[in-house]
Design a protein around this ligand. Structure first.
Ligand code: ADP
Ligand code: ZN
Ligand code: ZN
Length: 738
């Protein structure tokens, strides 16, 4: 590699501006992406520091005009260097530009000024100050007089307060500063967004299973240091294990990152870390401004905090000596980025761990099939917590067949069993959660008499109903006209499911007029603190029944809840993608797990049109292993990840015909590349949402067993797109195992 692209300043504006330098022969062996180097820069050829972000053989400018790298900066590898190396890994593995990857990983400064606290400090000794005061009096400079008098009482004043209280203007202060009377000082304020109630919690003794997991993980760290996965049933106390591991890391003088799905929904978890480690803990969340996030990153870099909690983006906290990354609720979809680079936080955490010598620990009651597969392969180490803390029983689950309800004349959205159970809880003063599972619902069509869902004959996923009734497969593009009766049993009761949470809330109120009902969905949580208000109201017993979407299934501990009603377990089952069964099992298991966390045992009523489906059955028995086995054989049969590797090529553009043509060209290009016939190419097809903001959207899938072969295909396609003028108005994004 003869040339290096270098960024000289790490700020948001400057990331796009790289400069190319020659790599002198003496550095060619040693130089790597991410390294900090010294380069001549600007006219006088002042030496500045920069970072290598790319090595190449192709010169971007004539060689005579290119300067040479002087040397590699001494003094070890900076955290920025390691993050740049991580960006390179992301670019290579997920397909994005290096700039996009850098913007994702680097704590870049924005032009907006961080909030400052400014103070005015007196520089003169008392005697000098009194002389000066007499001088101001003689000159009738009353404003200066007021400020100096005040400073004689109090040698350090808050700048803003001084201006208002003493009725001064900034030029007055400036003039006095120029005379050497005072100094204006500024200090960044780093806001910590955590409560300061001072409540602390001592570490409780771990139970036997928790101890075994913690000890086993510590042992793994001393040996092979593979990523560790804790599979623990809901309420088994995974957090206590994390806390124990964090203690160990902090005692070693290292820092840790704790990833959680969404702060608003997991506030209780955050508090538990805070109560144990106090000011060593800080958080990042999605409602923070860029500036606030940058503040948090700066605090981490300076060593002012040791534990950073936050969603996906907290993974890039620039800790100088990172020891551990924890990923709680590992199966959550929010760990996957929806925008380029479409990285997965689990894989990226493991990559960062390798680059920096840090450990990775994840936990879930319902691990992703991907992660569990890697446990089975021996790439991850598995630990299991089989029991709830204090051996509290898991909820009893009753599966209700909605087809039978219809047959027996009950057309209500609530089965007779669920109605009874709700009335019973109301009488006993216990709480109920009603869960409407609409996650990823893509408008499938099903028969209410026999449960039959209209599926694609080629892909074994459900067809989605489009406007005009046309049914479409989002994998291969297969289409068919609407159906008016069930192809299996002839029943006329076929159609989509359209009830929303609001409707359910009204139905509950009609059924149980004395019940106090709360609703939690996108509508009721849009306002600031919306989540927290509803959750704390329910936790304090201000309502008997909480109705909600998937938001209500996440990690809250409501000890008063003894009944969970799942209204239509099937909705997510037919979401039209190959992960639908997995997501359904996870949601159902987590929802069931909300019941009976307190002293009273819990019960769940699971209403479904597919009681025989393995995801429903396994969730009802809370049997992860059984689900995994079934699911893996399905993935193997149809070559879906993790049994095979899947690359999605997402294309979008303003003109439909042009986009279709471009997608077709890409397909042909892939067919040509694939000499050995080892690729399985599917599509192009319209995306789940086939147009957004007047941009049409299409997707092409490629299946292959070898991941590296797919990333090479991606590289070749990227070159093809770059050189082909037909792609100018078309945006292409790659996604792996999405
Ligand atoms: P999970 O995250 O695995 O669903 P939690 O960590 O929320 O479970 O634990 C469930 C409940 O049990 C919590 O209220 C927690 O405080 C309690 N708990 C778990 N382990 C212990 C322990 N070793 N000592 C005291 N309380 C514990
Ligand atoms: Zn039918
Ligand atoms: Zn299909």
């Amino acid at each position: 590699m003869k040339y290096a692209d270098i960024i000289v300043d790490i700020t948001a504006e400057q990331l796009d501006r790289t400069f190319q330098y020659k790599v002198p022969p003496r550095l060619q062996q040693e130089l790597q992406v991410g390294m900090q180097v010294e380069v001549p820069f600007g006219n006088g050829s002042r030496v500045r520091k920069g970072y290598v972000i790319r090595l190449t053989d192709r010169a971007a400018i004539p060689e005579e005009r290119m300067k040479e790298i002087q040397g590699i900066s001494p003094g070890g590898v900076s955290v920025e260097s390691r993050l740049i190396a991580l960006a390179e890994w992301i670019r290579e593995n997920y397909g994005s530009t290096m700039i996009q990857a850098l913007k994702t990983v680097l704590p870049v400064k924005e032009k907006i000024r961080a909030k400052e606290e400014r103070t005015v400090a007196l520089l003169l000794g008392e005697e000098e100050a009194r002389e000066k005061l007499a001088f101001y009096q003689k000159k009738h400079q009353q404003a200066r007089e007021r400020l100096l008098e005040k400073l004689l009482e109090e040698p350090r004043l808050d700048y803003r307060k001084a201006l208002t209280q003493l009725n001064l203007t900034p030029p007055v202060v400036k003039a006095m500063e120029e005379q050497g009377v005072l100094r204006l000082e500024s200090r960044q304020i780093y806001r910590s967004p955590l409560p300061r109630d001072g409540q602390r919690e001592e570490a409780p003794p771990l139970n036997e299973e928790q101890t075994q997991a913690a000890e086993g993980i510590l042992e793994e760290w001393r040996g092979e240091n593979r990523p560790c996965l804790i599979r623990g049933v809901t309420g088994s106390g995974k957090t206590q294990v994390y806390l124990r591991l964090l203690e160990e890391i902090l005692a070693q003088g290292k820092q840790a990152i704790v990833l959680i799905p969404e702060i608003a929904l997991t506030y209780q978890t955050v508090l538990r870390f805070y109560r144990r480690f106090g000011d060593a803990v800080s958080v990042i969340h999605s409602r923070m401004s860029q500036g606030e996030r940058y503040d948090q990153f700066l605090r981490a870099k300076k060593g002012q905090v040791q534990v950073m909690i936050g969603p996906r983006s907290a993974l890039f906290t620039p800790f100088p000596n990172l020891g551990l990354i924890i990923i709680d609720e590992e199966h959550e979809g929010s760990y996957k980025s929806e925008n380029a680079p479409r990285y997965h936080a689990r894989e990226t955490a493991i990559a960062r761990g390798k680059l920096e010598g840090a450990h990775v620990v994840m936990g879930s009651a319902t691990p992703s099939v991907d992660a569990y597969y890697l446990c089975r392969q021996g790439a991850y180490r598995l630990f299991v917590l089989t029991q709830r803390y204090e051996k509290r029983p898991l909820p009893r689950v009753e599966v209700v067949d909605l087809r039978r309800e219809l047959k027996e004349g009950n057309r209500s959205i609530f089965s007779r069993r669920l109605q009874e159970a709700m009335e019973d809880r109301l009488k006993r003063g216990e709480q109920t959660m009603l869960f409407l599972n609409r996650r990823g619902y893509a408008g499938f069509v099903a028969c209410r008499s026999c449960g039959q869902v209209i599926k694609c004959p080629h892909c074994d996923v459900s067809l989605a109903e489009h406007r005009g009734g046309q049914l479409v497969c989002h994998y291969c593009g297969y289409q068919r006209p609407a159906v008016s009766s069930c192809p299996a049993c002839g029943s006329p009761y076929v159609g989509g499911f359209r009830a929303g949470t609001q409707q359910i809330e009204q139905l509950v109120k009609k059924l149980l007029p004395s019940a106090r009902v709360l609703r939690m969905d996108l509508d009721t949580t849009r306002k600031k603190e919306g989540h927290a208000k509803i959750l704390s109201a329910f936790a304090q017993g201000e309502a008997d029944i909480l109705v909600g979407t998937q938001m209500i299934v996440k990690g809250h501990d409501f000890p008063g809840v003894t009944l969970v009603g799942i209204l239509a377990a099937d909705l997510s089952l037919h979401a039209g993608d190959y992960r639908a069964a997995e997501r359904t099992f996870q949601l159902l298991t987590q929802a069931v797990g909300r019941a009976g966390r307190g002293r009273q045992p819990g019960e769940a009523v699971l209403q479904t049109y597919s009681p025989e489906h393995y995801a429903v059955q396994a969730a009802a028995r809370q049997d992860y292993e059984a689900f995994y086995e079934e699911e893996m054989s399905y993935r193997q049969l149809l070559s879906y990840p993790p049994a095979s590797q899947l690359m999605a090529i997402h294309g979008s553009g303003p003109e439909e015909e042009q986009l279709d043509l471009a997608m077709e060209y890409m397909r042909r290009f892939l067919v040509k590349l694939d000499r050995g016939g080892r690729l399985q190419i599917i599509g192009p097809a319209p995306e789940n949402i086939s147009r957004i903001n007047d941009r049409y959207r299409r997707v092409l899938y490629v299946k292959q067993e070898d991941y590296s072969l797919l990333t090479r295909m991606k590289d070749k396609l990227e070159q093809y797109i770059e050189m082909n003028s037909g792609f100018q108005k078309i945006a292409v994004q790659f996604e792996f195992n999405g």
